[in-house]
Design a protein around this ligand. Sequence first.
Ligand SMILES: Cc1cc2nc3c(=O)[nH]c(=O)nc-3n(C[C@H](O)[C@H](O)[C@H](O)COP(=O)(O)OP(=O)(O)OC[C@H]3O[C@@H](n4cnc5c(N)ncnc54)[C@H](O)[C@@H]3O)c2cc1C
Length: 386
Amino acid sequence: MNYDVVVIGAGPAGAIAAKYAAKNGASTLLIEEHASIGSPVQCTGLISTAALRECEMGEGNFVLNKMRGAFVYAPNCEELRIEGKEVKAYVIDRKIFDRALVERSLDAGADLLLRNRFIGMEPGKISVISNGEKKDIRAGIVIGADGIQSSVGRAAGLPRCEKILSGIQFEAPYDAKDPEFVEIFTGNNIAPGFFGWAVPFQGLARIGLATACAPATYYLENLLKHPVVASRCRGSCTELVMGGIPLGASGKTATEEVILVGDAAGQVKPTSGGGIYVGAVCSRIAGEVAAKASRKETKLSEYEKRWRSAVGRELGTGMRIHKSLGKLSDENLNEFVAFLNKQEVREVITEYGDMDHPSVLLQKLISRGDKRQLIKLFGVAIKTLL
Ligand SMILES: Cc1cc2nc3c(=O)[nH]c(=O)nc-3n(C[C@H](O)[C@H](O)[C@H](O)COP(=O)(O)OP(=O)(O)OC[C@H]3O[C@@H](n4cnc5c(N)ncnc54)[C@H](O)[C@@H]3O)c2cc1C
């Protein structure tokens, strides 16, 4: 086998990169270690309307629910209601969604190999384990879309992301206050350094949290005891998911022959842990650049420049916001939610709130609201935005 571009990992980032490499004229192979696409699922499946557009997908049969807003709960249980004017996000079935994305890459001309695990590479070729046997595949350019543990990144000697959060989540029957609203739970005994969530759909909810502190199972028990969750959760867990969330993109994501995309490159929003939107933006660029580079029309360093210019600033600001939020005590979080709950501030959130670009909202809050309170809470992060 001999391909211009070989993409390792058939998650969303790999599927989109393969589609764009094939669309741009490169012979492309997509390799997945599992026997089926999209499983095991390690995701809440909450994606913005912009993310769906970026993936070039319409509202398919993978949409389980449409979301218009969020309830944010302070540690003292004060409720902040953020309501959008229209649908802001979808809850999706990742298995069906990932398959649909892979089908698009096959339609564009890419080939797919399932149950083949990447194990290493040398210039011009990669090695996989297939049916227990080692096999070599000639590869001009390798795109590592193999998730947070990225074997491709390790084999290429590329640096890891800055930080990894532990995510844990289960699915259970749930009486949501409003089934079109996501619920967010803050507090240092629930999810230190991040937040917990309940994302309702079809009488169920995906209830979980992410945190930098171990063990995540301890905090999940606390989340279950949260008065809001305890009053709405009915019955026992039907599905348990655990996985890492990479934050702080790798400092270098391309060599002469290798590109990293998606979780493998740490291309995840540090404020929400969502990786599908950013991964989609970057993997389209990866596919285009890899195809051009396979014809020697450019170098892979073009990928690094283009993705950083598309989303690098937002990710950098997001990381600063994440670090500042992570330092807040429960008292500070109560103060912050109370601040956001002011009528005039809520109006700004309704108008400018965007889960993919939180820095835009923060800029608006700074320019309109009482800067002093924000500076007190967020310190350096706010100052860098002023
Ligand atoms: C608990 C949790 C909740 C989340 N919720 C959301 C959410 O609501 N919204 C959102 O946008 N993001 C969410 N995320 C993040 C999101 O799941 C990831 O950012 C996204 O899946 C990254 O896509 P990817 O294609 O880069 O990697 P992945 O989806 O991880 O795909 C990588 C693929 O590579 C394959 N692979 C790995 N190694 C090899 C190998 N050696 N050889 C061959 N194949 C290999 C894997 O089997 C996998 O199919 C969540 C994450 C967690 C842990």
